[in-house]
Design a protein around this ligand. Sequence first.
Ligand code: AP5
Ligand code: MG
Length: 215
Amino acid sequence: MQMIMLGPPGAGKGSQASNLSETLGIPHISTGDIFRANIKNETSLGLQVKANIDAGNLVPDELTVQIVEDRLKNADCQNGFILDGFPRTLYQAEMLEKILDRHQKKMDVVVNLVCPDEVIIQRLSGRRMCSCGRSYHLTSNPPRVPGKCDADGLDLYIREDDKASTVRSRIETYHNQTEPLVHFYSKEGVLRDIDGTLSIPETTERILKMIGIET
Ligand code: AP5
Ligand code: MG
């Protein structure tokens, strides 16, 4: 199963992709997580992308497409994958179609997590992250031990781009550059809207049901 999680920042793409990856046994590929790991390790890619991410702008298309293309060559993607935060521009979506064609694959479903701007702001202001990619929320999804990841016990941190001014520019970037993908995938017949304002487990259940898996 090849799946895309589409939606504005804070809609729950990462939280859902992580749950679905566990249930479906296919990798969760987040371009945002890949960039953040590179920034943390101060790689040359990390240095290249940091300014864009900190400002709430997109990383250049060519760079992003190359990273995804390389990642999809890994053996763990043979039986499918969940893309989270990619594609984010029409150019990226068109390039992804070409990459899938070369692998004789197609996109099965694009989950569009629908979430209004007010909910997004509330979610991102309370988010706490682990470097493993899991995200928590101070009130709606707290870790079992405050400040520590449930999975690996590492210290949680606040994402650099979750400050209010950057969140505003990320939301704007989403509406200008990523929202047109809703129309693109709707025309392709693979778009499925899912209410992103329900609880995390309820949303996961709805997505699984939509792809024919009863829990
Ligand atoms: P990325 O990391 O993809 O960030 P984003 O799209 O802004 O999305 P988020 O990760 O902030 O939100 P999410 O939808 O994953 O929500 P989450 O599950 O964490 O990208 C970061 C940056 O990298 C971009 O700005 C760009 O610069 C660059 N980049 C990445 N990909 C790129 C690309 N393809 N092209 C160019 N540049 C790219 O949930 C959020 C919070 O809400 C958490 O606290 C969570 O616990 C809580 N929550 C989630 N769901 C619910 C729920 N249902 N109910 C209550 N709380 C919930
Ligand atoms: Mg995310």
